[in-house]
Design a protein around this ligand. Structure first.
Ligand SMILES: [Zn+2]
Length: 337
């Protein structure tokens, strides 16, 4: 069903479209430039030219590997929530807090009415799309995750903050569509963590996507999906991107009882491991999904962003993923579509 929606928008994708989750590793010279920029040692223009060079590198690399739906690699973003919060009205930069593992970030504080300041990612999307004939995904951090990863000193409830953010993030999505983006990913890593808040996370997604002409992917991770399945099928999105490599493998068993009704982006690469998977491992993971879902509703990608890997590891993993998918396309052929 969604494949028809994509084709109607002029996006004809092969069986098992391959994509990545969003942010790719930054080359060492860019990481160094970011810290020098933070200390006022280089200009914004100098930083931006390195960000553009890194973006070009990742576009060429994805094309060379054969990825079907590209990302800009988010070379211009630091933290996925802070990037939006620091630029939106109603936020102040907070103190340093620890998130996952040894990652520290400045947790934003909502101190006033949140406000979209004008396009935040659109010029990067446009520029990246100008470098390739393959589709480039528009990428926004979702309202639930921005709310969850910020302190709230302004709104009476978490729900009110989340819905206010949703109305503003919708404006970024509208601007991406206006610029030509057909496939838009909403990153909601926090979405599946608090089961009791899931109803308003769904409501927020409605506010972001309803009535807009794009194919929407919701990327979730970190959660226990069993607790919000099959409710998550109510998300108004075309494609759910789930980390399958670890816990979610059991989810495929759950699908047997409550059939999965959307397209599935199947995470097949462990982004926390240095080891590059074998093609056999990747094929095995994809086939587990093929046994419970029609192959033409399955996309293939890593579990999450590859940004924590070295560029070499990320490229190695992407190559194996692509090689495995090429073999599966041969095996499954047109009969599976
Ligand atoms: Zn993720």
């Amino acid at each position: 069903m969604s494949r028809q929606k994509l084709e109607a928008m002029g996006q004809k994708l092969p069986l098992l479209p391959v994509s990545t989750v969003g942010s790719l590793p930054k080359p060492p010279e860019l990481t160094e430039a970011r810290s020098r920029f933070a200390k006022n040692q280089i200009t914004r223009n100098e930083l931006e030219s390195l960000e553009k060079r890194a973006t070009e590198f990742w576009v060429q690399t994805q094309e060379e590997i054969g990825v079907d739906v590209l990302v800009d690699g988010e070379q211009y973003r630091g933290d996925m929530v802070a990037y939006f919060a620091e630029r939106m009205g109603g936020f102040q930069v907070g103190g340093l807090v620890r998130s996952y593992g040894n990652r520290y970030y400045h947790k934003p504080v909502i101190t006033g009415t949140v406000k979209w300041p004008g396009p935040l990612t659109v010029s990067w999307w446009k520029w990246t799309q100008s470098l390739t004939s393959k589709p480039v995904k528009g990428m926004v951090t979702g309202p639930y995750t921005i709310m969850d990863w910020s302190f709230n000193d302004h709104y009476p409830r978490r729900q009110t903050a989340c819905l206010a953010l949703a109305r503003e993030i919708r404006k970024e999505v509208e601007a991406l569509i206006e610029a030509g983006a057909k496939i838009i990913q909403i990153d909601e890593p926090a979405m599946s963590v608090r089961q009791e808040e899931f109803p308003f996370a769904i409501e927020a997604t409605h506010l972001v996507t309803d009535g807009l002409p794009a194919y929407f992917i919701t990327h979730a991770c970190y959660g226990a999906f069993e607790t919000i399945y099959p409710d998550m099928l109510e998300l108004p999105t075309d494609n759910l991107d789930l980390a399958i490599t670890h816990s979610a493998l059991d989810l495929l068993k759950i699908f047997e009882n409550d059939p999965f009704t959307k397209d599935l982006s199947l995470g097949v690469l462990d982004v926390h491991s240095h080891a590059v998977e074998s093609a056999e491992q990747v094929k095995d993971r994809v086939m587990r999904a093929v046994h419970v879902l029609p192959a033409d509703r399955i996309w293939v990608d890593p579990d999450c962003a590859l940004k924590t890997r070295t560029p070499e590891e990320a490229i190695g993993k992407m190559r194996v993923m692509m090689a495995a998918v090429r073999e599966l396309r041969q095996t499954l052929g047109n009969g599976a579509r």
